[in-house]
Design a protein around this ligand. Structure first.
Ligand SMILES: Nc1ncnc2c1ncn2[C@@H]1O[C@H](COP(=O)(O)OP(=O)(O)OP(=O)(O)O)[C@@H](O)[C@H]1O
Length: 439
């Protein structure tokens, strides 16, 4: 668990997200509180539940990004779900517990990757032995002799230096489990999982001989050996522990399941139903997953919504009480866009430059060029639909389309200044119908 102070967390988030200081502070405190909770006496620890957060702000201003970066920073299992998913026609009552099951799956993946990394070296050595066995298929006794050992040593050296990479060999690999796709009705995911497990375990012990290059064989064998070295039960236990203690669920579009002031009856009933379904998860309950039982008491829920048509007070009172920390994210200005284009580490302009550099094309963004992109994005957002910083992605793609298409042919260096931006985007940006489709 991360032991960073709130100030350090905000500082780290600043590297990726422009502005939105209140939201950054709120999530930083929430994360630190988890660390604080782990420091108190075990008796009291059980009593302290997370202070969940409600982020209020228009689309594309960084709500998801803040939560995602926070999770990454703390190595926490993370999942984003849309609350509206549970109101779709025909899906009423869709199992909200699947949120926790998916979270456990993501934790399993993280834990498995960490465990695999830990055993990487041993796996590589074991794989090397198996490749050498395949390269030098000798009778048993002979391998133990001095000359046998010497040859093996020579081959090992060649193998490590990559000299044998392209040589073809035959190796025995565990057969991949039969792919069985089972379609079950919503809410029956557990049954599907069990059936799938049953089918895959049926084929677990089978081997298949494959012909491949030494390089491919090393990769396949390394994976197989690593899988043998990690203990699945440990991974399960660690995954569940990390979900229970560190898990973060990002519940988007929570405003869309709130009762609306202007509508009456029907749809409200189903929306309220979703809130009631979600409540036990947020209040703390136990969910059965195929890897074990998960208590949701200490999972951090970050909910978010634009709240254009409804207000947080339209949520059912119990849910309001469980989302005590409210933060507002502001709409982005042209100045923010300018900063988003250049400041974050691996910013959009940096990414484009790096991509084109691979073809020997150099692009420079001048200061007035950046300013003009930011202003155009803002104008298009105003005139059509406000999709926040996402507009910068679509605009940049369009702006660099020609360069990107011709890369590698003639001109090798470009300066993107205001004139370039105007000549490539102005016509589109001014035409409302066109920009709706293209920008
Ligand atoms: N303040 C910001 N600083 C840097 N990048 C941002 C900022 N706001 C948005 N972005 C970028 O815009 C994209 C969309 O942002 P994000 O997914 O956080 O939107 P959101 O506010 O969660 O909207 P929605 O509610 O529609 O999901 C991301 O690629 C993100 O990197």
């Amino acid at each position: 668990m991360s032991s960073m102070t709130p100030r350090e967390i905000v500082h780290e988030l600043d590297r990726h997200i422009v502005g939105q200081n209140n939201a950054k502070r709120a999530v930083a405190i929430a994360l630190r509180n988890r660390w604080r909770r782990m420091q108190v006496d075990a008796d009291l620890r059980g009593e302290i539940t997370p202070k969940n957060i409600l982020m209020i702000g228009p689309t594309g201003v960084g709500k998801t990004e803040i939560a995602r970066r926070l999770a990454k920073l703390s190595g926490a299992p993370f999942i984003k779900v849309e609350a509206t998913k549970f109101t779709e026609v025909g899906y009423v009552g869709r199992d909200v517990e699947s949120i926790i099951r998916d979270l456990v799956e993501s934790a399993m993946k993280m834990q498995r990757e960490t465990a695999m990394k830990r055993v990487q070296l041993s796996a590589m050595e074991a794989a090397e032995e198996r490749v050498l066995d395949a390269l030098l298929p000798k009778a048993r006794g002979e391998q133990d002799s001095d000359s046998g050992a010497n040859t093996r040593q020579v081959f090992r050296k060649k193998l490590r230096e990559g000299e044998l990479d392209e040589k073809e060999i035959e190796i025995d690999l565990a057969a991949t489990p039969v792919g069985v796709e089972i379609m079950a009705p919503p809410g029956m995911e557990d049954m599907t999982n069990q059936l799938q497990n049953m089918f895959s375990s049926m084929s677990n012990d089978r081997k298949q001989t494959s012909k491949m290059t030494v390089k491919q064989a090393m990769k396949a064998l390394e994976e197989e050996e690593a899988a043998k070295l990690v203990n699945n039960e440990d991974i399960k236990a660690m995954a569940i522990e990390s979900v229970e203690q560190n898990g973060i669920v990002f519940l988007d579009e929570i405003d869309k399941v709130a009762k609306r002031a202007d509508s009456g009856g029907g749809a409200d009933v189903s929306r309220e139903g979703v809130q009631r379904d979600l409540l036990p998860l947020i209040e703390g309950c136990t969910v059965t997953t195929k890897h074990g039982m998960v208590k949701t008491d200490h999972i951090l829920f970050i909910s978010s919504g634009a709240f254009h048509l409804s207000k947080p007070s339209d949520l059912i009172p119990e849910l309001q009480g469980r989302l005590p920390i409210r933060v507002e994210l502001s709409a982005l200005t042209p100045d923010d866009f300018e900063r988003i284009l250049t400041e974050p580490s691996a910013s959009l302009t940096e990414q484009q430059q790096a991509l084109l550099a691979t073809e020997g094309v150099k692009i420079e963004f001048s200061k007035d060029g950046i300013r003009r992109i930011a202003e155009t994005a803002y104008e298009v957002n105003e005139r059509t639909e406000n999709i926040g910083a996402r507009r910068l992605h679509t605009l940049l793609e369009r702006l660099l389309e020609d360069i990107s298409f011709d890369a590698g042919s003639d001109q090798q260096s470009f300066t993107i200044d205001a004139a370039y931006v105007d000549s490539h985007l102005n016509e589109l940006a001014q035409d409302e119908d066109l920009s709706r489709y293209i920008l």
